[in-house]
Design a protein around this ligand. Structure first.
Ligand code: ATP
Ligand code: MG
Length: 685
């Protein structure tokens, strides 16, 4: 049977190596592919889907899960290339969270959510925890709200209740915040990201009819990046695959980089125990990288304990050695990266889209962006983009959420006094008290505030106007369901645009906030063109689940750009040329890890391994000798992972920009630094 790409499914399968083929063709029980980077795991998933569809499986019955919307989009695109766009569109290809949201939304009432699903994002979660701390009189300066959130999330995913946390684990303070947080979620009928999976499992466990409906819907399940799943996600898989047992998971324990977010590496290592009828297949041929890159990556990761040993090989030859560059400071490092990119382009014809610049922490992107701007190198920043966390964007989203669901109280409270309409804490308290005493949603009280004690008549009138405004916006959208024009009207008519432009914290001109919203409106317009028929609810859901990639996808339309992104977001991707910047102690391994009592750097090493294995032909590892902190300039040490690379796999290149006249002294100093670095690395390996 010919497939959309013009290649027959037989040819597609024939191109695979015998182990890949076995994983694609295996039927009658779960299959695990546990294999190193670049061995074609994702390819196994996509060809397996195409093969099953060619065998006659209805595309609607395919469930393929991966880690980010972006990765899901890429997977869907690859599959569409094999089976055609319509068939690919009929499949459920997404993230665990997007699946959870679908399941939970369909039966929210059964979970007691009578006013729809109000999904809160990370920023709203943080603000909820701060409210809980305030209520419990815990000083957020002494106790980091982020730590509470991580502890709460881990406990919830492990099925630990606040009571158990307090009694058995003795963590009384965290347990009290945990309890208050659950209460907060309940009071606002809100769900956080963990809820999407937890509640889906709860639905399946408590309502067999719901469970059976979803079990029947999906005839086969495939999971990419399985090493980063948590306990609850495993439960979900087990329930859904329990009858048909057509489950294919692929992953690499060496690329598990989300333990800090509750990922449980034992899910992949003990797959055969969780699914006793499972077949395990190993892949060893790496199709991505050249010999030196692979040898370096293998050597570094072999320093980790508790891993499955994998010997990866390649038949593309040794290729070029890794290039290690030491620069004076982060600015020089950025200029070096930018100049090398220009050189590769002009001397070797490398396209900008073939280059990835990877970093450990968001702060590292700044100098690189500046160097790129100065040299007019187009780039696309991924993963460090806090777009949806900006105040103006969050305010706009709150209005939009209210249009979809006026009972979304988190959103209502966010904009109840934006733009300023004189609603102070006293009014809010009076509103909240009345809402809970009369069991009336806040939104319904907006036009009855004149009957509430403690609310002035003038404020009540303003609240009533807010309700009218939301009602009017909803009517407008019903009459003309286009999102971008709605946002434009909304910002103007609500007075938000003027408030942003006049914002005194913005400095002269004060238009940055409005420019962000203009960008948002353009980006929404492009999404509407791309995803024909998407409605406001669908768009908000896309943003809630993975806002970052929605904006970036739009930007990706411009083809010739360098990708500038975090190591975490680079998982699964590849570039012919990769720069891994900031290879120094304190960055990778990260200081936070070094400061922990055991200082276990194995996850940081896995992150480094992920970075190196993204490169197909050329890999640069750069570092800066100094860093700036509040004490001034401070010397840095090369990352210990550099010292784990075999000497034959790298070469040192000069990392200092030699703009202008360079004196002999400078050259001598530079040589001395190179020699010193070589000695330090040799001393370590
Ligand atoms: P990662 O661990 O980084 O997620 P992966 O194991 O999922 O990697 P893929 O992304 O599927 O690997 O494949 C890596 C590269 O090798 C891709 O460019 C892919 O097209 C290519 N590839 C995979 N299998 C084969 C094959 N049998 N023949 C030729 N190329 C292949
Ligand atoms: Mg992959």
């Amino acid at each position: 049977m010919p497939v959309a790409s013009g290649v027959s499914i037989k040819e597609l399968v024939d191109q695979l190596n015998p182990e890949q083929r076995r994983a694609v063709l295996h039927r009658g029980g779960p299959v695990l592919v546990l294999a190193g980077a670049g061995t074609g795991k994702t390819r196994v998933i996509t060809v397996r889907i195409a093969h099953m569809v060619a065998e006659g499986l209805d595309p609607e019955r395919v469930l393929a899960l991966t880690f980010t919307n972006k990765a899901a989009g890429e997977m869907a695109e690859r599959v569409a290339g094999f089976v055609g766009k319509d068939a690919a569109r009929a499949m459920t290809v997404g993230t665990f969270h997007s699946l959870g949201l679908q399941v939970v939304e369909a039966d929210a009432k059964r979970l007691g959510f009578t006013r729809g699903v109000n999904l809160i994002d990370a920023a709203e979660q943080a603000s909820a925890v701060r409210q809980c701390l305030k209520q419990l009189r815990i000083d957020p300066k002494r106790h980091d709200p982020g730590m509470f959130l991580t502890a709460i999330s881990n406990a919830r995913n492990a099925g630990i209740t606040p009571d158990r946390m307090s009694r058995m684990l003795g963590k009384k303070l965290t347990a009290s915040v945990y309890r208050a947080y659950l209460e907060w979620l309940r009071a606002y009928q809100a769900m956080d990201f963990d809820d999407l999976i937890l509640r889906a499992v709860q639905l399946f466990e408590e309502h067999p009819d719901v469970r059976d409906r979803w079990r029947k819907k999906f005839g086969t399940i495939l999971v990419d990046e399985y090493q980063d799943t948590n306990l609850c996600q495993l439960k979900l898989m087990r329930i859904l695959a329990d009858e048909h047992r057509s489950l294919c998971v692929v992953g690499d324990d060496d690329q598990s980089i989300y333990a800090w977010r509750g990922a449980d590496i034992t899910n992949i290592l003990e797959f055969e125990r969780h699914f006793s009828d499972a077949t395990a297949i190993a892949l060893t041929q790496n199709y991505r990288s050249t010999g030196h890159i692979l040898s370096a990556a293998n050597a570094v990761i072999s320093n980790n304990f508790d891993r499955r040993d994998k010997s990866l090989w390649t038949d593309v030859g040794e290729g070029e050695q890794l290039r290690l560059a030491t620069c004076r400071d982060p600015g020089a490092e950025a200029r070096f990266v930018a100049d090398e990119i220009l050189r590769l382009r002009s001397q070797h014809g490398v396209m900008l889209g073939e280059i990835g610049v990877l970093f450990r922490t968001s702060a590292q992107a700044g100098p690189i962006e500046e160097a790129f701007r100065q040299r007019q190198i187009p780039y696309r920043l991924v993963g460090a983009f806090e777009f949806y966390e900006r105040k103006e964007v969050r305010d706009t989203l709150s209005y939009l959420r209210l249009i979809v669901n006026p009972y979304d109280e988190v959103s209502l409270l966010r904009i109840i006094n934006f733009p300023q309409r004189g609603v102070g804490p006293k009014t809010l308290e009076a509103l909240r008290d009345t809402a809970s005493a009369t069991k009336t949603p806040l939104f319904s009280l907006l036009d009855a505030a004149d009957c509430i004690d403690g609310i002035a008549a003038s404020t009540a009138a303003k609240l009533a106007r807010l309700k009218d405004f939301i009602d009017e916006a909803r009517a407008r959208y019903a009459a003309e369901p286009a999102i971008a024009p709605l946002v434009e009207w909304l910002c103007e008519a609500s007075g938000a645009r003027e408030a942003w432009i006049r914002d005194p914290t913005e400095g002269p001109g004060g238009t940055r906030r409005w420019k962000t919203i203009e960008y948002l409106i353009r980006s929404i317009g492009r999404t509407e063109e791309r995803l024909v028929g998407i409605d406001l609810k669908g768009w908000l859901r896309l943003v809630a689940l993975d806002g970052r990639s929605t904006v970036e996808d739009e930007e990706a339309a411009a083809a010739e750009e360098v990708a500038l992104q975090t190591l975490h977001s680079s998982k699964g991707l590849e570039w012919p040329v990769c720069f891994l910047i900031g290879c120094q102690e304190g960055i990778i391994p990260h200081q936070r890890t070094l400061d922990t009592p055991r200082g276990d750097v194995s996850e940081e090493r896995r992150l480094f391994y992920v970075g190196v294995t993204r490169a197909r032909r050329i890999a640069y590892l750069t570092r800066s000798e100094t860093k700036r902190n509040y004490r001034g300039l401070e010397e840095t040490k090369p990352s210990r992972f550099l010292g784990e690379i075999p000497a034959g796999d790298y070469t040192l290149v000069s990392g200092d920009d030699l703009e202008g006249n360079v004196s002999d002294d400078d050259k001598q100093q530079q040589l001395a630094r190179l020699r010193e670095l070589r000695a330090r690395i040799a001393g370590k390996s």
